[in-house]
Design a binder for this molecule. Sequence first.
Ligand code: MLT
Ligand code: MN
Ligand code: ZN
Length: 309
Amino acid sequence: MKIRVLGSAAGGGFPQWNCNCSNCDGVRRGTVKATRRTQSSIAVSANGEDWLLVNASPDLLAQIAANPELQPARQARDTGIAAVLVMDAQIDHVTGLLMLRERGAPLPLYATDAVWGDLGTGFPIGPILSHYCGVEHRPIALDGRPLDIPALPGVRIDPLPLLSKAPPYSPHRAAPQRGDNIGLVVTNLATGRRAFYAPGLGQLEPHVLEAMRGADLLLVDGTTWTNDEMIRLGFSKKTAADMGHLAQSGENGMIAVLDSISGARERPRRKVLIHINNTNPILIEDGPERRVLDEHGIEVAYDGMTFEL
Ligand code: MLT
Ligand code: MN
Ligand code: ZN
């Protein structure tokens, strides 16, 4: 089973088009040691030919171009993207669905009822695509059963409900619903190896920690270093926690959480931060924050990073 990071940045990407923070300005000018990143998405494959796209980023077309496996060219019109799963209805995770409109057949789309509802109302991608390829909604029930994904034989996907909020344009923004945000446990049934993926992880509920303890690969929320990062830079009035993200530093931050789930295990566990906001100092590859991560055995995802499980 392969997992390919298509986009490792949070919403806005790195550099963000209108941002001149020291990271964005520095990477544009080449004055800092940092690497450009596109917006949040991974792809999973059992056979290296058929892929489940997990989150459809606004940068999807560039990501397909950068990953030729997603275009196997078996016929005049073709794609390696057999189906899409979206983990929430946020702009950075669903906008790319519109870019798939030229498909010849309806797009199989795995989404919870809460997310599918938002994609029929607040951000009506479903109704829009009905005028093009159409969408075949495959509900994610959150009833404890794994998803049935024919494109991924031998791979089990278990969705987990996460506490967070629907996007600002959701009709139920003020009344969070189960299924607004999910995490995934992706297991290769042949090797028993599993990944836990949650690009937005504001609160570590017991069922989430349990799933993390059982994983060989943790691909988790790396949005900000400090909770008030965006406020201090004058870019937002919201903390990371307000946006459903757990900052890395601090007593109960992501580094502390990842340390706490260490412990002895047969196979080494990789801990990788993903969905990194352009303001995050961990983007500076020779910076002090990156050294702190190194000391804790934590990696930073980059576009194209690939895991074989
Ligand atoms: C998030 O991850 O909190 C959202 O993607 C934020 C955004 O869309 O700007
Ligand atoms: Mn996001
Ligand atoms: Zn920036």
